[in-house]
Design a protein around this ligand. Structure first.
Ligand SMILES: Nc1ncnc2c1ncn2[C@@H]1O[C@H](COP(=O)(O)OP(=O)(O)OP(=O)(O)O)[C@@H](O)[C@H]1O
Ligand SMILES: CCCCCCCCCCCCC/C=C/[C@@H](O)[C@H](CO)NC(C)=O
Ligand SMILES: [Ca+2]
Length: 460
């Protein structure tokens, strides 16, 4: 309001209430409204009532454990936290323990073994998808250990984590933040933490020969995205631009990989990967359904340019609709996208559709299945005792080229890109764990036509 509620009395100090206001493109901002009151007792009553109302909101965190990756993205993590996030947490009376990581896996191992989790209402991750993956690994492994669950068994039902995770985006892709909030903006994410939002998320477990390898929350990509990541890791010094450079280079190499993908279709759900509707905040198709009957596994064999499993849309600034625009955050399924060998021109058409509203699945060489589990076996995999990728990859590569002198020299194996980490095996088994973790987010909100009317403010 432009005018105070009560006449200003110079002897009485004004009182300020901070609140969340929606801005453009899913941004949230903090605004203040100042009240003046000549009656001191009444003023105190207001303050007391507002404090009591806020304290009664049990979903709001009061004590948080914060991990900052100082080397993610443009290496701005500490600065982003100190300048944009810490003041908001202080304003909302949230106390924090802050750890600036000193090496890779510092946050994961601290959460797994040392952190006194009972003290906290949530964990905050300042960094990119890789740093978020560390936090998830730490929390999920700790929860399984505390509950006596064996992560090495692919069929084991995992115990959900009780602590929520907040992501302050400070990485290169930040697709998990973008796909759950709608924008990569540290202030917006901090405000979602403060108001105590809660968004459940599916987590995929990845196994090789009954041994646990990793969890995946966003993308598991073999072929194109695996090769982009392998090349870009050697160019970390380029910062976020490394993905564009390696993406272009990988596109030119145009390697394909042979193998078999078997999958368990999710037939008892309402949505499909070709839906025009999107996973949005509020009531939607995002719930864990219990399969009523067993369906058979499907198998697809062939030569693939890319095999992608998107457990969520994987929307990011590079691809605002994502790899699988209709994927759900928390329905217990992943969208398995198989891109068969095709011409460079056609693959470019497919890739470019990720940057527009055109349907990237509407192409003869692309198929997509919504699945609960899948396995991949590369063609040259020797039974179950798979070759070590690094040691034997080169040998196989030259062998294949000798056998097929006119071939385009595709190596036998790619690697799996698991949320930005390279997996050490090509043959993997993947299962989706419905709603295993929760974020301080609410999913992407539909943009209302009349923002002020549809979205009443929310006090800090
Ligand atoms: N102190 C540290 N020193 C070196 N590496 C670290 C440190 N802390 C965390 N890491 C590692 O840095 C890697 C990359 O971090 P992060 O995900 O934050 O940024 P990014 O890779 O630039 O972004 P994105 O994953 O969104 O593409 C993570 O895999 C994490 O394990
Ligand atoms: C030649 C034109 C190419 C255009 C292709 C645009 C498609 C971009 C889609 C990016 C999806 C990224 C999914 C997220 C993956 C993250 O887990 C990972 C780590 O941050 N990032 C990458 C790039 O692998
Ligand atoms: Ca999903």
């Amino acid at each position: 309001p432009s005018s105070p509620l009560y006449p200003v009395t110079p002897s009485r100090p004004p009182s300020t209430v901070s609140y969340v206001e929606r801005a453009r493109q899913h941004r949230w901002r903090c605004s203040d409204v100042t009240f003046h009151c000549s009656d001191g007792a009444l003023r105190q009553q207001w303050i007391q009532t507002i404090r009591e109302q806020l304290t009664a909101l049990t979903s709001r965190p009061k004590h948080l454990l914060v991990y900052i990756n100082p080397y993610g993205g443009k290496q701005q993590g500490e600065c982003i936290y100190e300048q944009k996030v810490a003041p908001l947490f202080a304003c909302a009376s949230i106390s924090t323990d802050v750890i600036v990581t000193e090496h890779a896996n510092h946050a994961r191992d601290h959460l797994k073994t040392e952190a006194e989790l009972k003290k906290y209402d949530g964990v905050v991750c300042v960094g990119g998808d890789g740093m978020f993956s560390e936090i998830v690994h730490g929390l999920v492994s700790r929860t399984q250990r505390d509950n006596g669950v064996d992560q090495n068994s692919p069929e084991e039902k995992l115990v959900p984590c009780s602590l929520r995770i907040g992501i302050i985006p400070a990485g290169s892709t930040d697709c998990i933040c973008y796909a759950t909030v709608g924008i990569n903006d540290p202030v917006t994410s901090a405000l979602h933490v403060i108001v105590g939002d809660s968004q459940p998320m599916d987590v995929c477990s990845v196994h090789h020969n009954n041994t646990f390898l990793r969890y995946s929350i966003s993308l598991l990509g073999y072929g194109f995205y695996g090769d982009v990541l392998a090349d870009s890791e050697r160019k970390r010094w380029m910062g976020p631009a490394r993905y564009d450079f390696s993406g272009f280079k990988t596109f030119l190499t145009h390697h394909h990989y042979e193998g078999a993908v078997s999958f368990l279709p999710a037939t008892d759900i309402l949505g499909t990967p070709r839906d025009k509707t999107r996973c949005r905040a509020g009531p939607n198709l995002c719930f864990c359904s219990i399969p009523e009957y067993e369906v058979g596994w499907g198998v697809v064999r062939g030569k693939f340019l890319a095999i992608n499993a998107a457990s969520m849309s994987c929307a990011c600034p590079r691809s605002p609709m994502g790899l699988s625009p209709a994927a759900h955050l928390a329905d217990g399924t992943t969208d398995l996208i198989l891109v068969r060998k095709c011409s460079r021109f056609n693959f470019l058409r497919h890739l470019l559709r990720h940057t527009s509203k055109d349907d990237q699945f509407d192409m003869t060489f692309v198929e997509v299945h919504r699945v609960r589990r899948f396995r991949f076996t590369p063609r040259h995999c020797q039974n179950d005792s798979e070759l070590d990728l690094r040691e034997n990859g080169k040998q196989l590569f030259s062998q294949i080229c000798r056998d097929h002198p006119a071939c385009s020299c595709s190596p036998a194996y790619s690697s799996w890109n698991c949320d930005g980490e390279i997996l050490p095996h090509a043959a993997i088994e993947v299962g989706v764990h419905c709603q295993l973790i929760k974020l301080f987010a609410r999913g992407i909100e539909e943009q209302p036509l009349f923002e002020d009317l549809a979205n009443p403010p929310c006090a800090l």
